[in-house]
Design a protein around this ligand. Structure first.
Ligand code: BES
Ligand code: MN
Ligand code: ZN
Length: 504
């Protein structure tokens, strides 16, 4: 876990403080040029650096790195030079990546490091230095709570301190405060996704959302009795085969104008998805502990918004269930009446996420009358077939909201790709026996028919977007800013959406 990393800002004289066992990380462009403060700091090793670059054929191309161990003339154990390519027009996602690369170059044993937030053109702007710092923090995260047998040389020191060297320490710290809040939300989401389902079952998940109260979020937990009273039978049907009780959690952050309609975020929280009676094959079923990643993102987002005191009224709702086969489990053929009053024929008990979301999204629109709502769900394998792990699927009844999500995605690197909704797909979920069925009955367009199902539960034409994050929420791709399985995907995207369009 990231608690071992202490990130701070300091002046460009920092290398003097990191000591002989420390690591110094600097950036150069693809002409091997450095910024002025960097050039000054590494001057005693400049000749060595140039020779090493030649020997290693290091040209400063984006993402490459050159490492010098105990460089003569510098009082550090290691000098790392990271290539920033042409180093021009660097955006947030580029700086995050550079931060991630810098962190990745620190040997596990490192307890002190300095990273120079400077490019050949000069010191990074405060916002850029803050993005760099955020990249460091996101990369440093590891979920190692359950590792008890690490060898000594694999153990990180009790505390790692990374100092980002900048021109204006006060300004950088200020710019970073926002990022720190957001990273906190991302790491919270990752922790939840990585946690196994024997530990993180619906009630425990609900309990863990209580920490949001510390940043001023109102947390309300609906138990079985409350959900029954509301008529959330679609959600309850999914959970009825589990010994773990289902829960819905409502989180409210009121940082905006009093009485102004909130924005709403809804998350699928299937703490484990066996498929139920329509049981899944064994291969990779363990991944289904992450079937609550949508809910984890909503919790992380609410944490982030509150911690950075976003000037917005936001509400987060998560539906928490466990989908198990059991003598009391729901059967294919069963018909349930959802909170919306519509009846649903269960064709496949493995299409459970839409049942959970249907009720929660209906409730969200009816109770809060939000400006818009976005749901996140690891909903279908079909979206992974369509988009792989690079883009999440976006489905929406609102062009403006779609466009804003797309822009926020490009800015943060959490990409979304719009997919169609259409009456012809909608027809595919008409049922012989009830108002609708919970699958299209074919794998064709599987992510779309799932979205059509959710759309049938959007009350009062509320502007709505559905993000199918089955491909992006967890993976082992080992990106520059995430080395853990749970990615925390969506927290930065939605924070950005709120910041750019809805905070006033
Ligand atoms: N949680 C799964 C979808 C999923 C698969 C997420 C792989 C992440 C990785 C979902 O509940 C599911 O089982 N969907 C079915 C729907 C089908 C039965 C219509 C699917 O995609 O196969
Ligand atoms: Mn399923
Ligand atoms: Zn599922």
């Amino acid at each position: 876990m990231a608690d071992a990393l202490k990130l701070g800002f300091g002046p460009f004289t920092a290398p003097a403080k990191i000591g002989a066992s420390g690591v110094l990380v600097v950036f150069c462009d693809d002409r091997l040029k450095f910024g002025p403060a960097t050039a000054r700091a590494i001057a005693p090793a400049a000749g060595l650096m140039a020779r090493a670059a030649k020997a290693e054929r290091f040209t400063g191309k984006s993402g490459s790195a050159l490492e010098l161990v105990v460089p003569e003339g510098l009082k550090v154990a290691r000098l790392v030079v990271i290539g920033a390519g042409n180093a021009k027009g660097l955006e947030q996602k580029d700086l995050l990546k550079l931060g991630g690369l810098a962190m990745g170059k620190l040997p596990v044993s490192t307890s002190e490091a300095a990273v120079f937030a400077e490019l050949p053109g000069g010191g990074m702007r405060d916002e850029q230095a803050a993005d760099l710092a955020q990249g460091i923090v996101l990369r440093a995260y590891a979920f190692d709570r359950y590792k008890t047998k690490r060898k000594d040389d694999e153990k990180p020191p009790a505390r790692r301190r990374v100092t980002v060297a900048v021109g204006d320490v006060v300004a950088a710290r200020k710019a970073y405060a926002t990022r720190e809040a957001i990273s906190g939300g991302v790491l919270m989401a990752r922790d939840l996704v990585n946690e196994p389902a024997n530990v993180l079952y619906p009630e425990e998940f609900a309990r863990r959302t209580a920490v949001l109260r510390q940043v001023g979020v109102a947390v309300e937990v609906l138990d079985l009795k409350a959900m029954k009273k509301l008529g959330m039978n679609a959600l309850l049907g999914v959970g009825q085969g589990s010994v773990r009780e289902s829960r819905v959690v409502v989180m409210r952050w009121n940082g905006g104008k009093v009485g102004e309609a909130p924005v709403a975020f809804i998350g699928k929280g299937v703490c484990f998805d066996t498929g139920g009676i329509s049981i899944k094959p064994a291969a990779a079923m363990e991944d289904m502990k992450g079937d609550m990643a949508g809910a984890a993102c909503v919790v992380g987002l609410m944490q982030a918004l509150a911690a950075r005191k976003a000037r917005v009224n936001a509400v987060g709702l998560i539906g928490l269930v466990e989908n198990m086969p059991d003598g009391n489990a729901q059967r294919p053929g069963d018909i349930v009446t959802s909170m919306s009053g519509q009846t649903i024929e269960i064709i496949n008990t493995d299409a459970e996420g839409r049942l959970v979301l249907g009720d929660v999204i209906w409730y969200a629109a009816k109770r809060f009358k939000p400006k818009f709502m976005v749901d996140l769900a690891t909903l279908t394998g079909a979206i992974i077939v369509a988009l792989g792990q690079e883009y999440a699927g976006l489905f929406s009844n609102d062009d403006k909201l779609s466009e804003r999500l797309t822009k926020a995605g490009e800015a943060t690197g959490e990409l979304v790709w719009r997919m169609p909704l259409n009456a012809a797909y909608d027809k595919m979920i008409d049922s012989k026996f009830a108002d609708m069925k919970n699958t299209g009955g074919t794998r064709w367009g599987g992510a779309i028919t799932a979205a059509q199902f959710i759309q049938r539960h959007v009350a009062d034409k509320t502007p709505w977007a559905h993000l199918d994050i089955a491909g992006t929420a967890f993976d082992s791709r080992q990106t520059d800013i995430n080395r853990s399985w749970g990615s925390g995907w969506g927290v930065r995207l939605l924070d950005r959406l709120v910041a750019d369009y809805y905070e006033r």
